[in-house]
Design a protein around this ligand. Structure first.
Ligand SMILES: [Zn+2]
Length: 236
């Protein structure tokens, strides 16, 4: 597949929302969505450079591993990124997603960004001055990231892509300490911290689950195991 244009990604995300009964502007609750889509998911500590893995079995069952060492905001991005692989990737192969530079990795990132931060949903939270005069307030940034449960860096990139802030403004805002600013404005820090270790959504399959829960297998083995699941050998 070719590199998705922003507008194409917006259309795919819009279709994804419509197909799955989600409003076009509402924030997505990642865990609720995984349950609704019947994706079997597990949060496990993976290495720092890894965000997640997903695969689909021949019978259509979908699996996902999410790095519980990532911040919760980053985890939501990972889930949306993996949903792209599960629903739109033309050549889905179980692989560890590490923010790579391949076309499908970039497409998955673009999709994740527009799915989690729908344009109209973001605009609805900005004042007229913020839209027209590029003077977005830190309080607004915090309100949006908390409402849509995304990381600061992801939100700032989306605001830049929407033309709400310039690249220089993005960099200036990126340098503001995230947790301190959240606390200062009365929010809790959980969005910006890791979590969910050991959380399982759906039925991971007994054998796989025991292996995962005992933490006996390495990251390479996760991949092998998921490949086996997607080949159908461990399915059902
Ligand atoms: Zn990926």
């Amino acid at each position: 597949m070719r590199r998705l244009k922003m507008q194409q990604a917006e259309m795919l995300a819009s279709k994804f929302r419509a197909d799955n009964g989600l409003g076009q502007t509402e924030p997505i609750s990642a865990k609720t969505l995984l349950r609704k889509l019947q994706v079997t998911a597990m949060y496990r500590p993976l290495s720092d450079s890894s965000y997640g893995i997903s695969c689909k079995s021949k019978s259509g069952r979908m699996f996902m591993l999410i790095n519980s060492n990532s911040t919760r905001g980053r985890q939501h991005f990972t889930i949306a990124h993996e949903l792209y692989h599960l629903y739109f990737d033309e050549n889905p192969m179980p692989h560890m997603c590490c923010g790579g530079a391949s076309v499908e990795e970039k497409n998955a990132d673009t999709f994740a960004s527009v799915l989690l931060l729908p344009k109209e949903g973001v605009y609805a939270m900005l004042s007229k001055d913020e839209i027209l005069q590029h003077n977005i307030k830190l309080a607004t940034v915090l309100r949006i990231e908390q409402m849509f449960q995304v990381s600061r860096s992801m939100l700032l990139i989306r605001l830049r892509d929407l033309g709400v802030i310039s690249e220089n403004e993005r960099q200036a805002m990126q340098s503001i300490p995230v947790k301190e600013s959240a606390l200062e404005y009365g929010y809790d820090k959980s969005l910006y911290e890791s979590g969910n270790e050991g959380v399982v959504i759906g039925d991971f399959g007994e054998k796989a689950r025991i292996l995962f829960e005992e933490g006996r297998i390495s990251e390479g083995h996760y991949l092998e195991l998921l490949k086996m699941i997607s080949d159908g050998r461990k399915d059902n």
